[in-house]
Design a protein around this ligand. Sequence first.
Ligand code: ZN
Length: 490
Amino acid sequence: MRRAADRSLLPDKDALAPDKDASAKATEEFVRLSFHGAARGVTGSCHMVEWRDRRILVDCGLLQGGRELAEENAAPFGFDAEKIDYLLLTHAHLDHCGRLPLLVKRGFRGEVITTAASRELARLVMLDAAHLQAEEASRHEHQRRNPAAGAPRLYDVADAVRGLDRFGRVAEYGRPLAVAPGLRATFCDAGHILGSASILLELGEPGQSRSILFSGDIGNDGRPLLRPPTPPDRADIIVMESTYGDRRHRPFSESLDELHRSITDAFARGGNVIIPTFALERAQEILYVLNRGVAAKRLPAAVQVFLDSPLAISATEIFAQHAECFDTPTRQLFSAGEDPFGLPGLHLVRDAMDSRAINRIAGGAIIMAGSGMATGGRVRHHLRHNLPRRQSAIVFVGFAAKGTLARRIIDGAPSVRIFGEEIPVRAQIHTINGFSAHADQGELLAWHARVKGCTRTFLVHGEEPAMRQLANRLVGQRVEMPKLHESFDL
Ligand code: ZN
């Protein structure tokens, strides 16, 4: 633990003129920042600020990946859930909100504050996570395996519903919200998914406050649908994601060309296209680009698209109700009465039987199903049917964390284990990272440079090599790469 290491950076009180004494005392007010997830990893975001008698969490996400991580999810948080006053949510992705039901189960009775769109999406995501855990548990029972062999069940639907009961005030972009006396939070558009925000936390009375900016996940400028990220002008300290801290994305137009090509080539071979899809944002974005591809006659008008994810279907409905969150071209489509996510050959598949029926289609279909990293969900049975077929294509359009099925396939495994069976990988594998909802290195640095006054940056939400490369490029900053449960007195 690194504690009280930075006293030397604080102004020497004796050296200050008497009229500056009050502000010096405010500057020295105790603030502790600790990291309980997404520390040298990309999932499980959970950061805590302790100030005066308040404890504020920013995000409480699920760790996603191999079995090891499942056990980490069930491990103690590293803080007392009962003592948390507020949970501020940057956005509704599972790796940012997925441990909220567990937090409530362990005694959290504070208030959850987020944007209106994140609140609706987080509701879907948490209920879906609870259902998935129940399904997983019953599958293990059904297969008469040792139930303990599966991932530990973290919470049930009732816990998720109790989590929803904790949602309180709604934050609006750019408008400071008085969370508690002397404590303000401003949610700024992060351009990552619908409702996503970076959160500026100001501690102390105006004029004497210190500020910490939590980036949340920062969006990738070049993509359709959302507005670009808009950070606040100033912050003393930044806690920043670093997912693609070591990479430059290819231009979006190249990614689009590659997607179109992978689809037309697979259809020409008589195969299907499987797109493991994150239900939030990525699914809607892909629907949008398919819609535009058909409009531009780059894809056949009658292309059959299966959105095989009740979660993504519900999320798409929520998207359609938040036109105010979109960029100008998308808003114009909405106001012209067009559905930017609609396609003539689109099938919305909610029912599990209908999902299995898709297995009978040998070619000519685009199948979008979750989960995006193929760690669970319906995409696994589509992979099982299409991975062994040379005609088919698997198109990865999102980040795949270490230890996930998606990552093993991307890394070139000749075969993978799905539902206890060894499945050969013969399909064409495409990884198209221009669709990433995350900023690349250049965009991360540009975002950081827009925030003035910051001298200390904590990098989170990245794998170590990415983090180190980004750290090297953050000039004029004291850069920290906290370990899990490490805390810093500021
Ligand atoms: Zn995210």
